[in-house]
Design a protein. Structure first.
Length: 62
């Protein structure tokens, strides 16, 4: 049996990761490597947002 998907929880966690990555980028604004890596993290988080919205859309149409 598959565990129940908690889409709201996943969305909250993704938004929290996004907030934290933004804070890291701002805090390390004088260190180019930190800024670059924070931007990469934010890009990965964006992909998670897209994945979750795709899954959510598929669940609603099923």
């Amino acid at each position: 049996m598959r565990p129940e998907l908690d889409m709201e929880k996943m969305d909250r966690l993704i938004q929290e990761m996004k907030r934290i990555a933004g804070e890291v980028e701002n805090a390390g604004h004088e260190i180019p490597a930190v800024v670059r890596n924070a931007k990469r993290i934010l890009a990965s988080i964006k992909m998670l947002e897209i994945n979750v919205s795709d899954v959510s859309g598929n669940l609603k149409t099923s």
